[in-house]
Ligand binder design. Structure first.
Ligand code: ACO
Length: 440
């Protein structure tokens, strides 16, 4: 295939890619994004040539155009709607960032007040949902609970199932979701502890209300440490969107069938749960804990991760897109130091994590493959310092990623995206006749 230089076309200067198949040449349009990244548009390829493209794991496939998040994996750049992640993590509130992702721009004071109030107004969940909690086994993983609870919200709000609802109705569903996910997440935690549920407190900010529902008790006031609240705000912002990752693509594909938003997000939560994706934050702490208790040198674990006959991987290392460094990991590593110092915590696991990173990054195996710590490598250490139990780590990720999933779902609906339905290359048996069971 060859890329032709720009030439005049009806829409002005444009590039095209030439593909030669069975001696015949075809021109395919080239699309250029606002940060100059390029794609060959193959959407008409099969109609033109009879060929499809194949790309397992979508390693080289753009599934959509999107104006929400930009990332450059080689340069380690991440921005939401053009704003660098470093500035947002430093200066913004999670609710402001949620608005930015979903509605395209930072809110002014009036818009922020309306958005915050609307979310505060919807934090309660239907009392009947308590009965669901009672039915789960006491050791149920909170991600399983959260995914089920979010899906079940569609049964309490059946109007959300109508694909032709108004913009106002869609906004109401969006606000309900952002409001109720922290309530359900905290209730899942309380339920696993056998503690009484703490109801939302509408006088508190989004993050403070979540902390209060997680750690408060009906019998005493819970004192929210500002260091904890700021760290939570930062972590949620850093997780808020990450373009077409596994869970976001899941939300888009499920939503493309016009399934309702609650169910689409529930599917995204399920995709996030896996240890190769958001579940890595739980897996990292479990790995660091077993390294600590084993007492074996770190090199042993690095060698194990390199051994192709061993399924062990360094959890929290590597990323499909970042092959240099993950900008979120850089911020989180520094935040881990700051938070532990501010809270006066000495966590030996943080030192093991830093030593492991140093050993791995000197090893040619990791350097050659561009394997660096990702967002999940240090986040668990902060969650732990905030008092959040290991099994809740991926729930925390879901809480952060929610506005990104919603923004991507909304963009997909507004763009009237076609149903997600990839092709395949069939490699099974050729046509054959049914054989009666007696003759098999
Ligand atoms: N430890 C050891 N080797 C690794 C690791 C790792 N953590 N990650 C990748 N590799 C190796 C692979 O074995 C492969 O080696 P090879 O070229 O010799 O076959 C090479 O690096 C490329 O890896 P792939 O699995 O092909 O890369 P892919 O883009 O498909 O996977 C992933 C990315 C899933 C993140 C992978 O790096 C991984 O499993 N990491 C550990 C789990 C993790 O931390 N996940 C969280 C990611 S961030 C997020 O989702 C929020």
């Amino acid at each position: 295939m060859q890329i032709n230089p720009p030439k005049n076309s009806i829409r002005g200067m444009s590039e095209s890619a030439k593909i030669i198949l069975e001696g015949k040449e075809y021109d395919l349009p080239v699309i250029t994004g606002s940060e100059k990244e390029k794609a060959i548009d193959i959407s008409k390829l099969r109609a033109m040539t009879g060929y499809v493209t194949i790309d397992p794991g979508f390693k080289n496939t753009g599934s959509t155009k999107s104006a929400i998040t930009f990332l450059d994996g080689e340069k380690g750049i991440l921005s939401y709607r053009g704003y660098p992640i470093e500035q947002l993590a430093e200066k913004a509130s999670f609710i402001e960032v949620s608005y930015l992702l979903i509605y395209g721009d930072l809110p002014n004071a009036e818009q922020l007040e309306y958005f915050s109030e609307s979310i505060t107004h919807h934090t309660l969940v239907h009392e009947d949902m308590k009965r669901f909690f009672e039915a789960f086994p006491t050791n149920a993983h909170p991600m399983g609970i959260l995914s089920s609870m979010i899906s079940s919200l569609s049964t309490f709000y059946p109007e959300s199932q109508n694909p032709n609802r108004s913009i106002e109705d869609i906004d109401l569903t969006i606000h309900r979701l952002i409001a109720k996910l922290p309530t359900l997440a905290a209730q899942a935690h309380k339920n696993s502890m056998g503690h009484p549920l703490i109801y939302p407190n509408n006088d508190l900010s989004y993050t403070k209300n979540f902390l209060n529902m997680m750690f408060g008790m009906p019998t005493e006031d819970y004192n929210i440490n500002p260091v904890v609240n700021d760290a939570l705000n930062k972590l949620l912002i850093l997780h808020a969107d990450h373009e077409q990752n596994c869970s976001t693509s899941t939300v888009r594909v499920v939503g493309s069938s016009q399934a309702n938003l609650f169910s689409s997000i529930s599917a995204g939560i399920a995709a996030l749960w896996g240890p190769l994706h958001g579940g890595a934050n739980q897996a990292v702490i479990e790995m660091l804990e077993s390294i600590k208790s084993s007492g074996t040198p770190l090199q042993h674990w690095v060698d194990k991760a390199k051994d192709k006959s061993d399924s062990f991987r360094l959890m929290g290392f590597g990323h499909r897109v970042y092959k240099n460094f993950d900008p979120r990991a850089k911020i989180i590593k520094k935040a881990a130091d700051d938070v532990l110092e501010a809270l006066g915590i000495d966590d030996p696991v943080l030192n093991i994590a830093k030593e492991l990173e140093a050993v791995a990054l000197k090893d040619p195996y990791f350097v050659e493959r561009g394997l660096y710590p990702n967002v999940d490598f240090y986040s668990g250490i902060i969650y732990r310092a905030l008092g959040i139990p290991t099994e809740m780590f991926t729930v925390m990720f879901a809480l952060g990623r929610l506005p990104g999933w919603i923004a991507q779902w909304k963009e997909m609906v507004e763009d009237r995206a076609p149903i997600g339905r990839p092709r395949q290359i069939y490699t099974g048996a050729n046509a054959r006749d049914y054989v009666d069971i007696k003759n098999r």
